[in-house]
Design a protein around this ligand. Structure first.
Ligand code: MSP
Length: 465
């Protein structure tokens, strides 16, 4: 039986078209999926949209649309964007899918039967942008700490999930399994906050109705995060998909770590469902050192991202420019520089020189001394640690070695077919290692160098002025 690998992205709010922040998480998940597939694993890569809740309802209303009609129009924009970025997800879940709604109600009923849900009154602050409850202490000048917008004062009857009951279990989970929350610095943050104490979580609303009805009280609808988090599980409650649970990794942004590291495992502990193995929270991108924000016009949508230097270069930049887990700054110039200096001058140059030489002189198989300079084990290890920038550094260091080899061995003078054979094999190995990151270009290289008669093909990466 094949080893399985299940990776997820957050499900995005379809309240607007996707931007570079959404693209980043989804590209990383795609790289993980492709990498594991290439290593023989049976992969399930899930993405989708988070369609219920006040936020969606409000935006839809402002456009004079019914929420379902509104999201139905936006979902194709996400799918188009992911296809433009060459993302090969296996399933796209929508929280309005019937199967998902059914699972949410079933799980909720189980939590209720277990005695982990009670009715009370919620009184406090709510940010619709975050779809989250805030204590007075969390607020900044009385406003949402993330959106800096006015907070909604809520007082309504609500069902509560006994989150506080799971404080000890959660702390034990983080302690016994130090890899559960990654990177390490985030682990500490969560542990400290959980140690301060957990309040029970309001999991139902009555003041609007765009959501899933609570099975034991149809006047209430399910809190959008309780609904949304369950997507990771409900997507595997379909024929042939059951084996994929538990998820190997949930890739998310640091802003939604609390929901994933605290609410999510507590919900699963309550119903006795196996926990996911890892939650990896990445950092945030700024754009020319400013926060990406719609209100100030600082967004990059997918077409803009791709138009700068192509799909592969965009994917490459996002994974290379900053360590996974840290914040990063995006600028058009920085992307162009990496495209020109690394993809074109190093990789592109190697491929075009070697293919031209092979076209002229041919190859002859021999022991490959060159490829021994590539530390593949190290690269595999770095990848397993989610150090994608270092993986790419290592691969590009080997590309440098190959370019120097051409320079030193001067096969255009010696016509040494053995040297060219070493280079050919090394290039194929490079393509294999780079394929998850730059699949279109890697595919071209593989095609070019796998045939009996190798030709100098088209330029892989045109330089950008
Ligand atoms: N619907 C919730 C997730 C539910 S998962 C069960 C949600 N959606 S979102 O559309 O607002 O955001 C999704 C993701 O985009 C988050 O992981 C967030 O970190 C990421 N990003 C949004 N802006 C970003 C940047 N500027 N940079 C990097 N990632 C960013 O939250």
């Amino acid at each position: 039986m094949k080893e399985k690998f299940y990776v997820t992205t957050p499900i995005y709010y379809p309240n607007d078209v996707p931007h570079i922040g959404h693209a980043y998480t989804t590209i990383v998940a795609d790289v993980l999926a492709r990498w594991n597939k290439l290593r023989g694993k049976e992969v399930f890569f899930l993405t989708g949209t988070d369609e219920h809740g006040k936020k969606i309802e409000t935006v839809a209303k402002s456009k004079e649309k019914k929420p379902k009609q509104f999201v139905d129009e936006l979902v194709p924009k996400f799918k188009e964007a992911w296809s433009k970025l060459n993302l090969e997800y296996d399933s796209f879940i929508r929280t309005t899918d019937k199967n998902h709604e059914k699972i949410v109600r079933e799980v909720l009923q189980k939590v209720y039967d277990k005695g982990d849900i009670y009715k009370s009154v919620y009184e406090g602050n709510y940010c619709t942008g975050c779809e989250a409850y805030y204590t007075e202490k969390d607020l900044v000048d009385g406003k949402c700490p993330i959106h800096k917008t006015k907070i909604e004062k809520l007082k309504e009857e609500s069902y509560f999930f006994k989150l506080s009951k799971y404080q000890k279990d959660l702390l034990k989970l983080y302690k016994d399994n130090s890899e559960f929350i990654s990177p390490k610095k985030r682990n500490k943050e969560i542990i400290n906050r959980v140690k301060e104490g957990l309040k029970d979580l309001s999991i139902s609303r009555t003041s609007f109705d765009w959501g899933i009805k609570i099975p034991f009280d149809e006047e209430h609808i399910v809190y959008v995060w309780f609904d949304a988090l369950l997507n990771y599980y409900s997507a595997t409650r379909e024929k042939g998909k059951e084996k994929f649970w538990p998820a190997d990794v949930h890739i998310i942004g640091k802003d939604i770590l609390w929901f994933h590291a605290v609410y999510w495992p507590a919900m699963l502990l309550s119903v006795g469902i196996e926990l996911p193995k890892k939650i990896f929270a990445h950092g945030w991108w700024t754009f020319n050192n400013e926060k990406i924000s719609k209100s100030r016009g600082k967004v990059i949508n997918i077409d803009e991202l791709i138009s700068i230097a192509g799909v592969d270069s965009a994917r490459y930049f996002l994974l290379r420019a900053t360590p996974f887990g840290d914040d990063g700054d995006f600028s058009e110039q920085a992307l162009i520089d990496r495209h020109n200096n690394e993809l074109a001058d190093k990789l592109g140059n190697l491929v075009s020189r070697v293919s031209a030489l092979i076209e002229k002189y041919g190859t002859e198989k021999c022991e490959n001394k060159l490829i021994k300079k590539l530390n593949e084990k190290k690269i595999e290890k770095l990848f397993e640690n989610y150090e994608f920038d270092k993986v790419l550094n290592e691969i590009f260091a080997f590309i440098d070695v190959c370019n120097e080899y051409v320079q030193n061995k001067k096969p255009w003078e010696t016509k040494d077919k053995k040297v060219l054979s070493e280079l050919k094999e090394s290039i194929l190995k490079i393509a294999y290692l780079l394929e998850p990151f730059i699949p279109l270009s890697a595919e071209k290289i593989k095609k070019q160098f796998s045939v009996t008669k190798i030709n100098k093909g088209k330029i892989l990466f045109e330089k950008i002025k």
